[in-house]
Design a protein around this ligand. Structure first.
Ligand code: PFF
Length: 461
C-alpha cells in the first residue's frame, strides 16, 4: 500500500476534494435548477440538505477511506466483508457512468470556450438554434470531448501528488478568481438587482415536491457523494489530519461556488431581459446571447472567461471521477497506473457515445425520445440514473456505518489528529445524522425520486 501515493498535506487534499465537488454541477446545473425551482426557495432547501445530511455523509466517506487506505471496493470489503464490497463496486460503476455523460457536457463547454475565444461562435444570431445544431454536430463534439478526456487522463496518469494535487492547486484558485471577476462585472449591469432579488429573496410558496427532490439530488451530486470518490480521496489523506474540519471547508467551498455562480448568472440573465427558467440550455443558449450583445471584444473576453471557468470546474471533477475506477484497478489488481488510466479513459469515452448522439442526431432518434422514460433523451436518462445511484449509495453508506462498521469505530477514526472531536456537539450531530437522518430521509426520497423519474410524481400522488 505504501507506494499508492498521498496528498502532500491538508491543503492539497482540501483543494483536490473541493475540486471534485466544484464542477459542472455548480456552474451549469445549480443555476438552472435554481432558476426552474423559484430561485431563493431552492437555494434555501439546498443549504438545509448540505448542512443536515451531506456534510455528515462526506465525513463518513472520508473516514472510511482513510481508515483502510484503499479504493472504494477495498475499503468496504476490508471493513465489512465480501458482501459489502458490492457497495464499492456499485459506486465505481456509478462513477464510470457519470463520467461517460459528464465528459460529453464538458466537451460542449470546451468547444464553446475555444470557439468563443478564438473562433466566431458569437457572430451567430440565434443561439438556441445554434446550440441545437452544435450538439448534433458529432464530428466536432467527438473531438472536443475526446480532447477533454485526454487532458483528464494525462492528469490522473501522473498520480495523486504530481497529477491530481498539482492540477487542482492551479485550477481551483484560478476558478475562484475568474468567478469573482465575472460576478463583479455582472452586478454592475443595469437591472442586475432584479436577478439578485429573484435569487436571494425566497418565496416559500414556490417549494414543491420537485424542489425538494431536485435540491437533494443536486446536493449529493455537487458534493461528489455516494459513489466512493471521497472514500478514494480520503484514502490518500495522512493520519495526522483533521477530517471533520477539512470536510466542513470542502462543503463550504462547494456551496460557495454554487451560490456565487447563481450570483453571477441571474444578474446577467435579468439584465438581458431573459427568462431564468430555461433549464439545461441556460448556460449554452442564453448566456452566449448575452455575450453576443456585449459586442465583439467584451463578449469574447467575458464569454471566453466564463467557459474557461466551466472547463476548469469540469476538469477537477472528471479527474476525480476517473481516479475512482483507476484506484480500484491499481489497488485490487495491482495493475500499473498509466495503462490502467488510459484504458479506462477510452472505455468511458466509448460509453459516452450514446449520450453524445442522443441530442438529436439523425439516425439516433430512438435515443432522443426514450419511450420508457417519459420521452426524455439518453443523456438525461443516464444522468438521472446516476443521481439516483448517488442517493441510494449514500443511504447504504449510512447503513453500513451504523450496522456494520459501527458508529464508535467511525468516531475513533475521526478522533485521530483531532483532539477536540470526542464529546463535541459536532460528534453528536454527525453520529445522529449518519444513524438516523441519512437512512430514513435518503431511503424515502430515493424511492420517491425513482417514482418521479419514471412516472412523474404528480401523476402518481
Ligand atoms: N461534484 C461534481 C459536480 O458538481 O459537477 C460532479 C461529481 C464529481 C459527482 C465526482 C460525483 C463525483 F464522484
Amino acid at each position: 500500500m505504501s507506494n499508492r501515493g498521498n496528498f502532500s498535506g491538508r491543503l492539497g487534499f482540501i483543494l483536490a476534494a473541493a475540486g471534485s465537488a466544484v464542477g459542472l454541477g455548480n456552474i451549469w446545473r445549480f443555476p438552472y435548477l435554481a432558476g426552474q425551482n423559484g430561485g431563493a426557495a431552492f437555494l434555501f432547501i439546498y443549504m438545509v440538505f448540505i448542512f443536515l445530511l451531506c456534510f455528515p455523509v462526506m465525513v463518513g466517506e472520508i473516514a472510511i477511506g482513510r481508515k483502510v487506505g484503499s479504493d472504494a471496493y477495498g475499503s468496504y470489503r476490508t471493513l465489512g466483508g465480501k458482501r459489502w464490497g458490492f457497495l464499492g463496486i456499485f459506486g465505481i460503476l456509478a462513477g464510470i457512468f457519470i463520467l461517460s455523460f459528464y465528459n460529453v457536457v464538458a466537451g460542449w463547454a470546451f468547444g464553446y470556450f475555444l470557439e468563443i475565444s478564438f473562433g466566431d461562435l458569437l457572430n451567430h444570431q440565434d443561439f438556441g438554434a445554434f446550440f441545437g445544431s452544435y450538439v448534433n454536430d458529432v464530428s466536432d463534439n467527438l473531438w472536443f470531448s475526446l480532447g477533454f478526456m485526454v487532458i483528464t487522463a494525462v492528469i490522473v496518469s501522473q498520480g495523486v501528488q504530481k497529477g491530481i494535487e498539482a492540477a487542482n492547486k492551479i485550477m481551483m484558485p484560478s476558478l475562484y478568481v475568474i468567478l469573482i471577476c465575472l460576478i463583479v462585472y455582472s452586478l454592475t449591469l443595469p437591472n442586475a438587482m432584479a436577478g439578485v432579488k429573484f435569487y436571494l429573496i425566497p418565496d416559500l410558496s414556490e417549494i414543491k415536491a420537485q424542489t425538494i427532490f431536485d435540491a437533494l439530488r443536486q446536493a449529493f451530486f455537487s458534493l461528489s457523494l455516494g459513489m466512493g470518490a471521497l472514500i478514494t480521496y480520503g484514502s490518500y489523506v495522512k493520519k495526522d489530519q483533521k477530517i471533520v474540519s477539512s470536510a466542513a471547508i470542502i462543503s463550504a467551498a462547494d456551496t460557495m461556488v454554487a451560490f456565487l455562480s447563481g450570483l453571477m448568472i441571474f444578474p446577467l440573465v435579468f439584465s438581458a431581459g431573459q427568462s431564468p427558467t430555461e433549464g439545461p440550455p441556460l448556460v449554452f443558449m442564453i448566456l452566449p446571447q448575452i455575450f453576443h450583445d456585449m459586442g465583439p471584444i467584451l463578449g469574447r473576453i467575458v464569454g471566453g472567461s466564463f467557459f474557461l471557468l466551466l472547463c476548469f470546474a469540469a476538469l477537477t471533477s472528471t479527474v476525480s471521477l476517473l481516479e475512482v475506477p483507476a484506484a480500484f484497478l491499481v489497488d485490487q489488481k495491482k495493475f500499473p497506473r498509466k495503462p490502467v488510466v488510459w484504458a479506462l479513459a477510452l472505455l468511458v469515452f466509448i460509453l459516452g457515445l450514446p449520450s453524445m448522439v442522443s441530442q438529436g442526431m439523425a439516425g439516433f432518434e430512438f435515443l432522443n425520445k426514450l419511450p420508457f422514460y417519459q420521452g426524455r433523451d439518453f443523456l438525461t436518462f443516464v444522468s438521472d440514473m446516476c443521481d439516483i445511484s448517488l442517493t441510494v449509495g449514500g443511504c447504504l453508506m449510512c447503513i453500513f456505518i451504523t450496522y456494520r462498521w459501527k458508529i464508535e469505530n467511525m468516531n475513533t477514526e475521526l478522533k485521530i489528529g483531532d483532539d477536540t472531536y470526542m464529546g463535541s456537539l459536532t460528534q453528536r450531530y454527525i453520529s445522529f445524522a449518519i444513524q438516523y437522518i441519512g437512512p430514513i430521509l435518503l431511503s424515502i426520497l430515493s424511492v420517491l425520486v425513482i417514482i418521479d423519474k419514471f412516472f412523474g410524481i404528480e401523476k402518481v400522488f
